[in-house]
Design a protein around this ligand. Sequence first.
Ligand code: NAD
Ligand code: ZN
Length: 378
Amino acid sequence: MKAVVYKEPFTVAVEEVADPRIEDPNDVIIRVTTSAICGSDLHMYEGRTGATPGMVFGHENMGIVEEVGSGVASIRKGDRVVLPFNVACGFCKNCLAGKTGFCLTVNPGFAGGAYGYVAMGPYQGGQSEYLRVPFADFNCLKLPPGTEFEDDFALLADIFPTGYHATELAQVSPGETVSVFGAGPVGLMAAYSAILRGASRVFVVDRVPSRLSLAERIGAIPIDYSKGDPVAQIKEHTNGEGTDKGIDAVGYQATAPEGEEQPALVLNTLVDTVRPTGALGVVGLYVTEDPGAPSESAKQGELLFAMGKLFEKGQRMGTGQANVKAYNRQLRDLIIAGRAKPSFVVSQRIPLQRAPEAYEKFDKREEGWTKVLLKPQQ
Ligand code: NAD
Ligand code: ZN
C-alpha cells in the first residue's frame, strides 16, 4: 500500500510499504478514508525527535473497517470509525479512570501510546491506505454510516478533543474570559470549545492572519502578537486584570515576535496573562529532548518556567496529552446534532500523493494552510 514515509529532516515521501495485518485477535484493519496532518507531526518532520527514516506518520485517522480479529466483539466489517490518536488498552488503572492518554499497558511510565509517533509504541501511522487498530473494541468510535460530516468526524481523532481537553484542564466555566495562545488547529479548537462551554470572551493570540481571522469567525477576539505585547493587549480588554483562564496551544516551539531573537516561553506569558487564582490548561507540546534548542539545558528539555510567578498568583495548571476517549463520544454527538462544526479549520482535502507539499506548507505556517486532511483513497 501507499504511505507517507519519513526520509530525513524536512522530507517525507509517499512510498510503497507492506500492508498491515491482524497481529492480535483484538485488532481490526481499517481502510483509511481521512488522515490529518497535525502540529505534532511537525516536531518529527523537522528532525527534532528520534524519528527514523522509513517511519510512517499519521495519528489522526478514520476509515471503514475492512477486517476484524477473532476476539473483537463490537466492531463489524463495513463500520465507519474514528480512532483516538491515543492507543489505549481500556483495562489498566489509567484507562479505567478515563486517562487514556497515559495507558500503562502500551507504554508504562510514559505518555501512553499513539499511531506513527516516536516513543509512543510500535504502532504504524495512518497516513496510508490501511491501518491496524489494536484493542479495537476500546479504540474505535463508531460513526453513522455514509460520508456525512466526514471532515468534522476526522477531527475527533485529536484536535477537537484536545482543544476541549485544554478547556477541561483550565476548568473553563460559563461567563469566564479565556486567553488562548496559538491559533493553530489545536488553539482554534480550544477557543471553539471555550465558546461551547459558555465563555463570555475568548482572546486568541497568533500572528498568522488567516488563522486569526478564523478565530474571529467563531466569535473570538484576535490578538496579533506581532503588533505588540499580547499581555498588554489582553489586559487592556480586561480592566488590567487579565483573563480568568488561559490555554497554551503553542508549546516549546514558540516563534519570537519580529525583531526579537529568542521567543519568550509561552507558558510564562500565560502566567502573566491570567488573573491571580486563575487556571492554565497546557496542551501545546513540551518535550524532554530538543536537539535543535539553543542551549545545553534546553536541549534536555529544561526550560526556565517562572514557578515563582505561578506561586505568587496562586494559579493552577493542568498539562499533558489529551485523553481523547474522555470526550470523543460527546463531541461526536454534538456534531450529529448540528451543535458543533469543527471543520471550519479544515483548509485542504487532498490526495495522499500531495503529502510532501502539504507538510512543507503547513510547517511554514503558510497563509491558508491551517488543517490538511489527506485522502488515501483518492
Ligand atoms: P501549530 O503548531 O501550527 O500551532 C501553533 C500556533 O502557534 C501557530 O499558528 C503559530 O503561529 C503560533 N505561535 C507560535 N509562536 C507563538 C507565540 N509566541 N505566541 C502565540 N502564538 C504563537 O499546530 P497545532 O496542530 O495547532 O499544534 C499546536 C501544539 O499542540 C503543538 O505543540 C502540538 O504538538 C500540540 N498538540 C498537543 C496535543 C495533546 O494531546 N496535548 C495534541 C495535538 C497537538
Ligand atoms: Zn495530532
